[in-house]
Design a binder for this molecule. Structure first.
Ligand SMILES: Cc1cc2nc3c(=O)[nH]c(=O)nc-3n(C[C@H](O)[C@H](O)[C@H](O)COP(=O)(O)OP(=O)(O)OC[C@H]3O[C@@H](n4cnc5c(N)ncnc54)[C@H](O)[C@@H]3O)c2cc1C
Length: 548
């Protein structure tokens, strides 16, 4: 065996998982230290949940991954890997993009890159709610179209119930139901949030911790929205100014031309160029301890069936906390039990290729020739179907679709591994999913050309059940001085890509500082600083709380 530059490096960091967290940790170690990262990835490709699946030339994003972060560090990091494509930028000067109440100027160095495939596009967000066979704005907006869709009586009842909730706040705010009702009133909660959120998590909102809401949903003021709606007829002189403001505030995010996996494939190339190693189809199946240190990882090569012992100086884990704790074999039975009972929600997504959609699908917005709605994604609120969300991949990036004359959809289902949906045979499931879209009037099944199904286990670390004892697990894991738990399932935290990257970067900081302090890692995305939607008085929107 020949020795590479990485073999000569002094210390080894074993990294379990080549998702955004694992790959960020590997690249940062290579950039900032002489520690040699060895990444072991159970899957046959990199990217974790943020990978892109290539199905017969059509690329599927498992969930629709927006690239936007409130962290400048993350925004610059992404643009360093994949610059923003030429032609996506504003001729008037630096382009600012705005998302979820935050905005960023795109870095000048990243702009005007000659046309290349290794680029990111600037996308404008459009997503709506499909409910009662009609489209509602997302975030929910108090406007004439919403009132018309709901009916005046229902709209008034929603307003009344909101007023009641404001007069009588539910203390203590323990559950997600309390969180929603306090902020929206029980009627709006029951109309728009309850069914969808329960579809997503598979348990009643009254059993989910209020922490989920605090972490994901911005505080809002329905009162401001009502006030805005009531005074809008008298604000004509301010309208032009407001329109300009709104145009500049249109939500935009970055998106790799070939889907999120392109980012992580490119990062993998950079890691390899610097001598780092990523071993695909290599699953960490055990961890060897030496007192309060991780001494080695046991790694199963899925291709050969052989398990090897890989000694390490540092162990960075992005694998599910449940698995890691099982591998550490804690003496304390209580710790084992909490880890075993940590809840997850699984996810299935059907890629469906179509000739056309029913024209009604695009109603309320300019219709495209083949009936394709203009949205990036649509929340399906209809109670008579189990589909949760619909992605229109053409609108994320035309490059995701092999034939521009076709429509490439992602039909998303939230489920639990082993339930009736999960257990369904692939071909049957694809047919079932297409049938649901037909039932709610969005497609005719005869227009389906092809389909595929992807199962994503543990897509969502959930905040109920044993999660309320998570602190005990954290204390236990933090005892291992050279063990760093990062990422989404690695921390059992509802992290987006940027949070996963920030936790990985914090772990690298901690390693390089020679300390075993993990506080900064756990602090990321823990104080509710990341929120899906806000009320924007200029737009008089109310937030819907189920963006995922
Ligand atoms: C439906 C959906 C929509 C989303 N939308 C967005 C969005 O718009 N924007 C955004 O930024 N984020 C979004 N996310 C979140 C994003 O997907 C995650 O934050 C990100 O992928 C987490 O990165 P990670 O590296 O922490 O974990 P993962 O992506 O889960 O990667 C972990 C990796 O570890 C591997 N692994 C697990 N166990 C082992 C083992 N024992 N040995 C070796 N390897 C192992 C897994 O195979 C996986 O590749 C979305 C997620 C979902 C489910």
């Amino acid at each position: 065996m020949t020795t590479t530059a990485s073999d000569r490096r002094s210390k080894v960091a074993v990294i379990a998982g080549a998702g955004p967290a694992g790959l960020t940790a590997a690249l940062e170690l290579l950039r900032r230290s002489d520690i040699s990262p060895m990444v072991f990835e159970a899957d046959y490709q990199v990217g974790g949940i943020s990978k892109t699946i290539n199905y017969r030339g059509n690329r599927m994003d498992l969930g629709g991954h927006r690239f936007f972060s409130k962290s400048d560090w993350v925004m610059r990091w992404w643009q360093d890997i994949l610059p923003v494509a030429e032609g996506q930028t504003s001729p008037e000067g630096p382009l600012r993009i705005h998302y979820q109440g935050q905005s960023h100027s795109l870095t000048p160095a990243a702009l005007g890159v000659p046309s290349s495939d290794a680029v990111m596009l600037v996308r404008q967000r459009l997503s709506r709610i499909f409910y009662r066979r009609r489209f509602f704005d997302y975030p929910l907006t108090l406007n004439a179209s919403t009132v018309k869709n709901l009916g005046l009586v229902e709209a008034l009842q929603i307003g009344l119930s909101y007023g009641q909730a404001q007069l009588k706040w539910r203390p203590p705010e323990a559950t997600l139901e309390d969180f929603f009702v306090n902020r929206f009133g029980s009627r709006l909660y029951r109309t728009f949030f309850k069914d969808y959120t329960e579809k997503v998590w598979g348990v009643p909102c009254s059993e989910i911790s209020a922490e989920w809401g605090a972490q994901r949903i911005k505080g809002l003021s329905v009162a401001k929205a009502v006030g805005h709606a009531l005074t809008s007829p008298f604000r004509s002189s301010a309208d032009a100014l407001q329109k300009r403001t709104e145009t500049s505030l249109i939500e935009r995010f970055l998106y790799p031309k070939f889907g999120p996996g392109q980012m992580w494939e490119e990062v993998s190339r950079r890691i390899a160029q610097r001598g780092g190693r990523i071993h695909l189809r290599n699953r960490v199946v055990g961890v060897e301890r030496d007192g309060n240190k991780v001494a080695a990882a046991m790694v199963l090569d899925e291709a050969t069936g052989l398990t090897q012992r890989v000694p390490c100086d540092y162990f960075i884990s992005t694998m599910p906390v449940r698995d890691l704790v099982a591998f550490l074999e804690p003496a304390d039975l209580k710790i084992r039990q909490i880890a075993e009972q940590l809840p997850y929600r699984d996810f299935m997504t059907v890629g469906l290729l179509l000739r056309r959609m029913r024209a009604t699908a695009a109603s309320q917005h300019a219709q495209l020739g083949n009936g394709m709605p203009p949205d990036n994604w649509i929340y399906i609120q209809e109670p008579d179907v189990r589909i949760g969300r619909l992605q229109i991949f053409n609108n994320w990036s035309p490059a995701l679709v092999a034939d521009p004359g076709t429509i490439w959809l992602g039909l998303e289902y939230f489920c639990s591994a082993g339930d009736d949906l999960w257990a369904m045979d692939n071909a049957r499931f694809i047919d079932y999913a297409a049938g649901e879209l037909e039932k709610i009037g969005l497609i005719d099944r005869k227009d389906v050309i092809d389909g595929t199904l992807v199962r994503v286990p543990k897509a969502y670390p959930a905040y109920f059940g044993a999660y309320n004892q998570f602190e005990q697990l954290r204390t236990y894991l933090d005892r291992f001085s050279n063990l760093y738990c990062v990422g989404r399932n690695g921390m059992h935290r509802y992290n987006n890509q940027d949070h996963s990257m920030l936790t990985a970067n914090s772990a690298v900081d901690s390693i390089l500082n020679g300390g075993s302090d993990k506080l900064d890692i756990w602090r990321t995305n823990a104080e509710g600083e990341y929120h899906e939607e806000i009320i924007e008085p200029a737009k008089a929107n109310t937030a819907t709380g189920f963006a995922l």
